[in-house]
Design a protein around this ligand. Sequence first.
Ligand SMILES: [Fe+2]
Ligand SMILES: [Fe+2]
Length: 465
Amino acid sequence: MNLYDRIPNNVNLSEDKKLQRALEKWLPNYLDWWREMGPDGFQEKDVWLRTAVDVGSEGWAHFDYVKMPDYRWGIFLEPAQPDAIVGFGDNYGRPAYQEVPGEFRNALRRIIVTQGDTEPASVEQQRQLGKTCPSLYDLRNLFQVNVEEGRHLWAMVYLLHGYFGRDGRDEADALLERRSGNPDKPRILEAFNQPCDDWLNFFAFTMFTDRDGKYQLSALAESGFEPLARTCQFMLTEEAHHMFVGDTGLGRVVRRTAQLMKEGNVRELGGIPLDIIQKYINFWFSYSLDLFGGEISSNSADFFAAGLKGRYKEREQYTDHLATNENFTMTVVEDGQLKTREVPLRNALNELLRGEYVKDCEKGLARWNKVLADEGMSERLFLPHPRFHRHVGEFAGHTFDIEGNLISREEFERRKDEWLPTIEDREYVRSLMHPVYEPGKIANWIAPPAAGIKGKSFDFEYVRL
Ligand SMILES: [Fe+2]
Ligand SMILES: [Fe+2]
């Protein structure tokens, strides 16, 4: 097998012998990880998958039946822009970094490792879901998300191997050693240690947690370190499908629930009651908000100053790329009360990015509420207040109700079952999860999709079992 078939790439791998050797050494370890921690029970099945074979409009979305371990894990970067510059921060306007600047080396490695760690983590979280899929269409979408997260790991490992030498190689190995939810060697970020063991979790995860990924990748796609920017730009094209799976998946659950509400008692009819859907939204939205980091952050200021991590659509949305003169008004907890504080804008960039994310999530909620309205229901779903149920940043260590009012820990404990999934809720949802493997059939708790994938109908045999 020639190199390009083993590791498809557009980074001229055949001319960089050192990098080639490093990646060829990492490849079998990756495949071992995939077989051990990837989708359980489906490795030898033919799945109708989209594969990136090139970054061009033709090549990046090639559809065919593939066995997942044979997926073309590859390295694809968007084409280089001639005369690329550092787009923001203290080095604004200087030529973009083609190598890692020594003074930012640790910061940059940390950014790449943290992003890279989320990719295999989500595959691990989702590895049992194939056994309870609501349809073949959904099974295929799950596997599509999984293989692309695997490829995103490749993208980050390429940067570690290609630009960080020895410690980059060590970090690349460690990415295959940590395990989601394992107390001895957990994944780095908490949302990626939470179980994702039923399909309502999966849809909420791809809606809210993959969407965090979109915003992190967008901020890194602005990076002055050009190889990182180009890598993230290409990953974003794949990430859009993951959010589509979550957004439409939850919308289909909402539709089915609304239909069952009109027929009688949703539980007795085997559906998922709206209040349980709301609690799953509350859970995953709040954990995903934590992924943006502290509200007031010197790291965010350093990353911006260094030109490593920009704002959302930095080039498009802003004219002042220095961000040195502005302040940001932030709500904080002081002496047991909510107060406002002025913070230099550069220290508030996590919060700024989180705000963009929340706006995007609200659009999803509006789509689901439109489904409820279309079905003639007056009930509505909502996002909890961003202060609710936080474990990172200003609001961690304080307790808030779903509307963001500061409450005592006792009151939170007394009321949390109203807001977050209880063990009984989770057990109930799990009790509905029985696999549907027949083409064209669908589980009772979810509506079929409006259309199939890439022009195929819903009853297409997306996975050959
Ligand atoms: Fe990803
Ligand atoms: Fe994703």
